[in-house]
Design a binder for this molecule. Structure first.
Ligand code: THU
Length: 134
């Protein structure tokens, strides 16, 4: 894995260590590299009222938007307990909103530690998105 991608996984790992996941004990971290090269990360934040919990990807996207950026170049998603940690359906939709055909979604192969990389189109084919409302 090249140094740029390793830095993204490092940011995702760091965020995952901060996750608040006392109910599932399943900590997740996500890190986005924006089109301009900034890295923004997030972790899952659970809640005693379970549906109020949020995913790591949602946190990373919120950080990206708060930083004034809207284009995901790459996103790395890691679980602490189990990898690969594929994004849930709702998070695939969240990622799609800020993606283009070149956006890459990186998971970690739990056996080798290497990256598994997909396009968002592969993860969410025939997506409904901003263009449908244009
Ligand atoms: N989780 C994420 O943070 N991202 C995903 O894409 C999959 C699931 C979190 C939500 C919940 O806190 C825990 O993992 C178990 O589902």
């Amino acid at each position: 894995m090249d140094a740029t991608l390793k830095a993204l996984f490092d940011a995702a790992d760091h965020a995952a260590q901060k996750a608040y996941a006392p109910y599932s004990n399943f900590s997740v971290g996500a890190a986005i590299r924006t089109a301009s090269g900034h890295i923004l990360s997030g972790c899952n934040v659970e809640n005693a009222a379970y549906p109020a919990g949020t995913c790591a990807e949602a946190g990373a996207i919120a950080a990206m938007i708060a930083a004034g950026e809207t284009k995901i170049s790459d996103i790395a998603i890691v679980g602490v307990k189990s990898n690969p940690c594929y994004p849930c359906g709702a998070c695939r939709q969240r990622i799609f909103e800020f993606s283009d055909a070149a956006t890459r979604v990186h998971l970690r192969d739990g056996a080798t530690g290497e990256a598994i990389t997909h396009s968002i189109d592969a993860l969410l084919p025939h997506a409904f998105g901003p263009r449908d409302l244009a």
